[in-house]
Design a binder for this molecule. Structure first.
Ligand SMILES: C[S@@+](CC[C@H](N)C(=O)[O-])C[C@H]1O[C@@H](n2cnc3c(N)ncnc32)[C@H](O)[C@@H]1O
Length: 127
């Protein structure tokens, strides 16, 4: 049986991942779950809470298009505070306003592109 390859970018301690593990295990799906974060301390906590994750300490923005195509499912939950309305209300207050990381928008487009190529693959029918 083909193992589903899942990539969780900006995984944090793993609030989202717990639901994925639970569902996939209940369904008897074979999978590898790659959880990516840049903060090593967070990844240690992630491993303790989610022993079935394969943790990777790496910049999520550094994945190439080719690498992204190698996964069947990609989840990304980046830090969102700087993209929120609250931050933009503070536009004129240099003490409060934080520059949003605009690389996020490029990543969204690249994930969409990778998703289109995954859709054309046969192995997508595992579930
Ligand atoms: C919103 S939290 C993730 C929450 C997580 N998905 C959950 O369900 O609990 C964002 C995470 O992104 C991580 N992060 C920030 N910049 C990153 C980057 N460039 N590459 C990978 N992880 C990053 C932070 O360390 C933080 O743990």
């Amino acid at each position: 049986m083909v193992k589903l390859r899942i990539l969780d970018l900006f995984c944090g301690v793993g609030g989202v991942v717990r639901g994925f593990h639970k569902y996939l295990q209940e369904q008897g799906v074979e999978y590898e779950y790659y959880a990516v974060d840049t903060d090593r301390r967070i990844l240690i906590a992630h491993e303790l809470l989610n022993p079935n994750s394969i943790t990777v300490c790496r910049d999520a923005y550094g994945f190439t298009d080719e690498e992204l195509k190698g996964y069947d499912f990609i989840w990304a939950s980046p830090p969102c505070e700087t993209h929120s309305h609250l931050n933009f209300y503070n536009w004129n207050d240099p003490k409060k306003f934080k520059e949003p990381d605009m690389r996020l928008y490029e990543l969204i487009l690249r994930l969409q592109k990778a998703g289109n190529s995954v859709r054309s693959r046969e192995r997508r029918t595992v579930l």
